[in-house]
Structure formats: C-alpha cells, structure tokens
Ligand binder design. Structure first.
Ligand code: AMP
Ligand code: MG
Length: 463
C-alpha cells in the first residue's frame, strides 16, 4: 500500500454512474403520455389534462346544515313573535320559557318548499334541504322541545320524502334564540360559478374526483397511463404453477414488477419469459414493443454474463449498459427501441437478482412512470433513524440495506436489518418497509448511529 492508498478495501470503478445521474438520464428519455377522456371514477392517480371550471354555485341553494326547524331568527327571541306562551328571561328563550312557533310544513333534502315562511312559523327541515323562502335560521332539534312535545319523538307532521303539510298545525318550542344565518350553509360557500376548481396538472385523488362529481362532471381529460411491458429473460426460469424442474427457478421478477407498475400508476403488460436464444429473445422483444410505452426487461445485463440478452438489446435498440454506484443493483441497461408506428420505446434493463430488480425499479422505474403520468416525480419520504444493526460497506457503492423502521418507546425511529443482505434474499424485502442508506464513502455505519432511511412503504406494519 502506498501512503495515499485510501483506507477502504475496494475502490469503485471509475465508470460507475451515481444513482442521481442514472435517474436524470432515464428521465430525460421518457415522455409524458398523451391525454385521454375517461369517466371520472376511472381516473384515480391520473393527472388532469384540463382545467375544470364550476358551471354553477355549490351548494346551489342556501341549505340547512342541521336537522331542525327553519325559522325567522327574530321569532326565536322572546321579544319576537310567539305562537304560544311568551316568557322572557335574560332576553333568551329558555327551557322554562320556551318560544312557541307554528309548524307549517316539513322538508326533506332534495325538495324545494313551495311557499314562504311567515312570522311565527317554523318548518321541520332535514340536513341538506334548501332553505324555504322567508326563513333565515335553523334551530337544531336539540334546541327545541321536539322530543318531549311530540309523542315518542315522532313528528306530528307526516314524514314523507319532500314537502308535506301537516294535517293540523302543531307547534314547536324553541329553547334557544337563533342568530340570523345560524346553521345555514350559504349558496356558493364551497364553489362559485365560473371559478376554476381543479387546475391542469392536479392528481386525481378521492377529493379531486369527488369535487368533479359535485360539479356534475362525469368525464375528464387526463394523461393516459403508460403501458409497461415486462419481460423476464433466462433459460433457468419457470412460470409459477408449473411443476418444479431440476436446475430451474421460478420467475419472480415479472410478478414483483407487475405489482410495482400497478403501485406506481402504470398498466402492466407482462410478456412472460424469453429464453436465452437470439431468436426467442428478439421475437419476444418485438412482441413486447407492441404493448409498451416503456419496456422493462430483467436479467442478462451484468458484466461477464453468458446470456445473449445484451447482444439482442444492442442489435435491436440503442442500449447502454451501465454500472450504477449502488448495492444491490449495480448492472443496469437503458436505451430506446424502434417500436411499431415509428414510436421510440424507452427500455430499462434491470438486474436479474430479485432484490436488485425490485430496488432498481423502485429507484428508476417509479420516477419514470410518474413522469409518463405527467406527475412531478415525488421522492419517497426520507427519515433520520437510529440503526440498531451495523451496516457494512466494502464496495464503495451506496448501500440500500433492507430494514424495518418503527418508532420506539424512546420516541425515535429505529431501523433493524431484515436479515441477510444478499441480493438473492427475497424475504429480506418481505419484512422491510424501508431502505437504510449507507453512503458510498462510508465503510461502516455502526449500530446506534443515525442513518437516512427511505420509507418505501409507510403503511407496511413494522413489528
Ligand atoms: P443475471 O442477471 O441473468 O445474471 O441473473 C442474476 C440472478 O438473478 C440469477 O441467479 C438468476 O437466476 C436470477 N434471476 C434472473 N431472472 C430472474 C427472475 N425473473 N426471477 C427470479 N430470479 C431471476
Ligand atoms: Mg441470466
């Protein structure tokens, strides 16, 4: 060793790309998908491609926020009109000295009151029903004597959808004075006619879809979801469901990738398994391009591979083979193919090891799909956490260690390794909800030290 030899065991090869540089290059080659018009209920997670302008006020009428009685507020103070006994105490209607109003009707949500409320009158009204003309406040049932006054809590007015005139005119006791406007939701308080409620670029979540529905809109223009063709390569692979064969393993990458594509908002187009022959793989790639806005292959891209994958990818497209300064997941291919109809189809060639495939698609596929969806690539939340286990780094690459992150009794976030960290240990991903990051220039993060953790699954229960 010379004096300027770094203390670390292995220096990273000079041609390795940083994760961020690899991602920048991938993002520079994927495009936003064109818009499509579709029913709002089918747009969850898609990006709005037009502004939505309110065609009318919402709510369209002043309406009651409570079940109760629509009244004229002035009548509810003892100084106001009283149909029954009038009494006064501190200027308020009280339990003992209730203001009585004549009940002249009943109104359910969905109906207009045909008439006008006069002084001394009340209309029994249900939440959401438009305010009758002449009424300027609602007294909730709880502030009336309805329970005691009306036998068994039943209204003496007939219960019916919409508006009913009572057979006789019973009265209701108002126990508490109401202010003008009390318990009324004014017309247009949510949305004003002509107002832009959702802007182009909004991501359609439950709230956005609901607000579009509230405006009576059933179809919207959104950015189309990208079709993601998924192709596994390798002679060793078997389709799950088939009997086991000596020397073979089941294809798990296609299945993990399919779920990831769904999670990230793309439409998975699984293409099965391509055997390691030039003819078989070439045919599969061509078939996949028909179904793809992005082609994702797994395996056959590492250095010194015997596979024919690299040969086919180079023959058929403009593909670069990279090594990325990360572990697991160092080998990565990226490029473009000439697809049908003069379309250029971008391609991500993932490493074959199952953990590497999942990690690399999380780091590169997720932002690519988000860009294609017209979304701002949104990084996962990053936390500072104590690592309860030491994380070792002997390769000079950024380590993404599989961890379970949970908040413990000391109020701090703790990360624990989910077991052996080899890139073939798929179960290390099953228990993980995060990746703990050991930077490329750090040889070891000792137990008890702080690390950055990338929370890839906030909802995943951590034991
Ligand atoms: P390769 O990149 O082709 O050298 O593959 C690396 C490792 O990943 C090998 O052990 C392969 O058997 C394994 N592998 C490749 N493709 C898959 C797949 N689709 N599902 C599970 N393991 C795979
Ligand atoms: Mg292989």
């Amino acid at each position: 060793m010379t004096s300027n030899t770094p203390s670390r065991q292995t220096e990273p090869p000079k041609d390795m790309l940083d994760v961020e540089d690899a991602l920048d290059q991938i993002l520079s080659l994927v495009d936003v998908m064109p818009p499509e018009t579709k029913p709002i209920a089918d747009t969850f997670g898609q990006v709005l491609a037009e502004d939505l302008v309110a065609p009318f006020d919402i709510p369209p009428h002043d309406n009651t926020a409570m079940d109760g009685y629509a009244v004229q507020a002035a009548d509810t103070t003892p100084a106001g009109f009283s149909f029954g006994a009038l009494a006064e105490q501190d200027g308020q209607a009280t339990d003992d000295q209730t203001v009585r109003l004549k009940v002249v009707g009943e109104l359910a949500a969905g109906y207009l009151y045909d008439g006008r409320l006069g002084p001394g009158e009340a209309i029994r009204i249900m939440t959401g029903a438009p305010m009758p003309e002449g009424a300027d406040a609602v007294v909730p049932f709880e502030e009336t004597d309805e329970e005691g006054h009306l036998a068994g809590g039943e209204s003496q007015t007939r219960r019916a959808p919409g508006q009913e005139q009572p057979d006789e005119f019973p009265s209701v006791g108002i126990r508490k004075a109401a202010k003008v406007g009390a318990n009324i939701r004014p017309r247009g308080e949510d949305v004003r006619s002509g107002q832009t409620i959702l802007f182009k670029g909004a991501v359609m979540r439950g709230a956005e879809i609901a607000v579009a529905a509230s405006m009576g809109i059933d179809q919207v223009q959104v950015i189309r979801r990208p079709l993601i063709a998924i192709l596994s390569t390798g002679d060793e692979l078997l389709v799950p469901g088939r009997p086991p064969e000596p020397g073979k393993i089941y294809d798990s990458n296609s299945y993990g990738l399919t779920a990831q594509v769904l999670e990230y908002g793309g439409v998975p187009q699984p293409q099965g398994i391509a055997q390691d022959t030039v003819e078989a793989l070439t045919a599969k790639v061509h078939q996949a391009l028909y179904h793809a806005d992005l082609l994702v292959t797994s395996a056959g891209v590492s250095r010194g591979d015997f596979d024919v994958v690299k040969e086919v990818l180079v023959n058929e497209g403009q593909v670069h083979f990279w090594t990325v300064k990360m572990k697991p997941g160092k080998p990565l291919a990226f490029g473009k193919f000439d697809g049908p109809d003069d379309r250029q189809v971008p391609h991500i060639g993932l490493p074959g090891n199952p953990v590497s495939s999942l990690l690399a698609f999380e780091l590169f596929g997720r932002p690519a799909i988000h860009k294609m969806l017209g979304r701002q690539p949104q990084p996962r939340p990053m936390l500072r956490s104590i690592t309860d286990d030491a994380i070792h780094n002997s390769d000079g690459r950024r380590i993404y260690a599989r961890v379970t992150v949970a908040q413990e009794d000391d109020g701090r976030w703790h990360a624990q390794l989910t077991g052996k960290q080899s890139s073939g240990i798929l179960t290390s991903m099953v228990y993980a909800n995060a990746f703990a990051i050991c930077p490329d220039d750090v040889d070891e993060v000792p137990a008890g030290a702080e690390v950055d953790v990338l929370m890839v699954d906030w909802d995943h229960p951590a034991e």
